[in-house]
Design a protein around this ligand. Structure first.
Ligand SMILES: N[C@@H](CCC(=O)N[C@@H](CS)C(=O)NCC(=O)O)C(=O)O
Length: 226
């Protein structure tokens, strides 16, 4: 069995990161979506995942959880340079900014949950959210300035770093967060890229919706047909 188990693409930022990587390199894997926040979601995930979370890669007798570990597994499967930059210095920095995304930006994630197909008001600008946005924009600007000569992506050519920042780009769009011309330009390139456009179409067509309560709790529901 070769499956990439994912949450709904509209909301599951951790799922779309390795999904974009898998699609970019043409990994022959079945994509299976488990809609998040439904009453049966946890039980379904507990049956297959040690953390009861998605994404999860099942590849024959190997099960890999955690979006970054799945990305590294795909990088080993793919030819060199397909997932990470070929240049060792660029590759080291790409891994650093990707790890920073995986471990950081808590306020951006908490206050601006990914919701690709929606447009929401910009949330109240707390100092912590402001710091996350300032850091994201500085990071994009510095890696583009040092490594971005060969193309419109963070390291010129597309890499896993772009996959990991794509959910941030969608948040910038959904909540109107971009402040600098450089950040807006980078977001535009990601949003216009065919890899993202396909995913956006799928997210828009999904029948599953999530509502966030004032306490931050979320629950899934099915949108009645129009
Ligand atoms: N650190 C994990 C985070 C995974 C995660 O939090 N996944 C969420 C969806 S985006 C999930 O599976 N939630 C299931 C649930 O809460 O029932 C990763 O990078 O893969």
């Amino acid at each position: 069995m070769r499956q990439l188990v994912l949450g709904n693409l509209n909301y599951s930022s951790w799922s779309i990161r390795p999904l974009l990587v898998a699609r970019k390199v043409g990994l022959p894997v079945e994509e299976v979506i488990v809609p998040l926040d439904f009453p049966e979601t946890s039980a379904r995930l507990k049956e297959i995942s040690p953390t009861a979370k998605v994404p999860l890669l099942i590849w024959d007798d190997v099960t890999v959880w955690e979006s970054l570990a799945i990305t590294e597994w795909i990088a080993e499967w793919a030819p060199p340079g397909a997932v990470w930059p070929e240049d060792p210095k660029a590759r080291a920095v790409a891994r650093a900014v990707t790890s920073e995304m995986h471990a950081g930006f808590p306020e951006l994630r908490r206050q601006c949950p990914m919701d690709i197909r929606a447009r929401h008001a910009t949330p109240e600008m707390t100092a912590a959210l402001d710091a996350d946005i300032v850091r994201v924009e500085a990071l994009w600007r510095s890696v583009r300035a040092e490594f971005g000569q060969g193309g419109p992506f963070l390291f010129g050519k597309w890499s896993a770093a772009d996959a990991f920042y794509t959910p941030v780009v969608t948040r910038f769009q959904t909540y109107g967060l971009a402040r600098t011309r450089d950040a807006s330009d980078y977001c535009a390139h990601i949003l216009e890229d065919a890899l993202f456009r396909k995913l956006e179409e799928q997210a828009k067509a999904e029948p599953w919706w999530i509502e966030y309560g004032p306490d931050g709790r979320s629950s899934g529901y099915l949108q009645p047909p129009a």
